[in-house]
Design a protein. Structure first.
Length: 399
């Protein structure tokens, strides 16, 4: 069979030989129905596996916690130098700050002077003999004048110390006001509300006031040290000039026994004051992270007022909060994994307290658990890890 065209042309090839090839082409078509069914079956299996995995896996959040200690001042004290700030990690034995108690140091020095005077009196009595009562009256007058002279010198030193302390605090307050003014001008400059020259002038004035404050603070510390030396020299002179009078104060054995009792009481009182006011520097009792600082260098802290607080880095645990309808999934036989700050590496945890109570979700976890107002609380212990710090929010996965 051939195909004839209108102009008399003919095809070069008959139609019939092409039909078997067309049938073979139809037989080689892709089986769409089988492919669709296969894809649907695979998707159902994968989805079922994911649902089963999610059904047996719990996702929630918790907060790393450690033993927290707040340090308060036992007596009124002045912070000489502060070495830490909020968020710093310290080792056991690191010095956190140095303190100076004017009242405490004065009491300790007075107790030491009283003890030394009694010891000197005992040494003189034990090593001297003879009647010295004829010299008691003139020596008594000299001792009275010596007491007045010491009181006048002490008042002068206290006045100098108060003036130096007042000047240091005044210049510190002035520096802080200039610093605040400079910061405000910088904010106004960003808003095109002031000129750059005014900002630079405020910065120069702030730096000048800061240097003046540093000089005043150093002067105050120098006055403190000078007063200590002057008081020690005055006490030494006082004991030397009054020793002859004390030498004739006790003549009988009973008086010697009374003096020995006074020496023991004076020594016990001095030791008590040393223990009460403590050392000049405070050291960290264990490895910790500073969670809050209430003072700065030069601050005056009253008795019982907080200085700083820190949390131990040893024996950490995680406060885990779980939705009430999923609390049954967290049991002793489950694997608990903790992820910190988006890291892929996990830290293993151990369940140490079952969820027996439902608590309000802490404010720090509200963003991570927005749908929960209250949740079941679990206590999970963890090993020490450099990535786990008190206050960190961790992602908890329970398998």
């Amino acid at each position: 069979m051939k195909i004839s065209f209108r102009k008399g042309g003919e095809s070069q090839e008959p139609v019939s030989p092409a039909q078997p090839r067309m049938r073979e082409h139809k037989r080689r078509k892709t089986p769409v129905r089988k492919v669709v069914l296969t894809v649907l079956c695979v998707a159902i299996l994968v989805g079922g596996g994911i649902m089963l995995y999610n059904r047996n896996t719990l996702y929630t959040y918790g907060m790393v916690t450690g033993e927290t200690l707040e340090l308060t001042a036992d007596v009124p004290t002045e912070i000489q130098q502060l070495f830490v700030s909020k968020g710093d990690i310290v080792k056991k034995g690191d010095v956190l700050f140095t303190q100076y108690s004017v009242e405490g140091e004065k009491r300790v020095r007075q107790a030491e002077a009283a003890l030394e005077a009694k010891l000197s009196t005992y040494d003189l009595i034990a090593g001297e003999s003879g009647d010295q009562r004829d010299y008691a009256a003139p020596l008594q007058n000299k001792l009275r004048f010596l007491d007045l002279e010491q009181q006048g010198s002490a008042l002068a030193r206290e006045r100098m110390l108060s003036e130096a302390r007042f000047e240091a605090r005044r210049l510190k307050t002035l520096y802080e006001s200039k610093k605040e003014r400079h910061e405000n001008l910088e904010k106004l400059y960003r808003l095109d509300a002031t000129t750059l020259s005014q900002v630079r002038a405020a910065k120069t004035e702030k730096e000048l006031r800061y240097h003046e404050y540093i000089l005043a603070r150093d002067h105050y510390q120098h006055v403190v040290e000078s007063n200590r030396i002057a008081e020690a020299e005055a006490e030494k002179s006082y004991r030397a000039r009054s020793s002859t009078l004390n030498r004739s104060g006790i003549q009988e054995d009973s008086d010697v026994d009374d003096l020995l009792s006074e020496i023991e009481r004076a020594r016990a009182y001095r030791d008590h004051l040393r223990q009460l006011y403590g050392a000049a520097g405070f050291t960290a009792p264990f490895d910790a992270i500073i969670t809050d600082v209430k003072v700065s260098t030069g601050s005056l802290v009253g008795g019982g007022e907080p200085i700083l607080s820190f949390a131990s880095l040893n024996g950490l645990w995680v406060d885990v909060y779980v939705a009430p309808d999923k609390a049954w999934m967290l049991t002793d036989d489950k694997e608990i994994l903790l992820y910190v700050n988006g890291k892929r590496e996990s830290v293993a945890g151990t369940l140490t307290a079952m969820g027996n109570v439902e608590l309000r979700v802490p404010e720090v976890l509200r963003e991570k658990l927005p749908k929960l107002v209250s949740a079941v609380y679990f206590h999970v212990a963890v090993e020490n890890d450099e990535n786990l710090l008190p206050g960190n929010v961790v992602r908890v996965v329970v398998k």
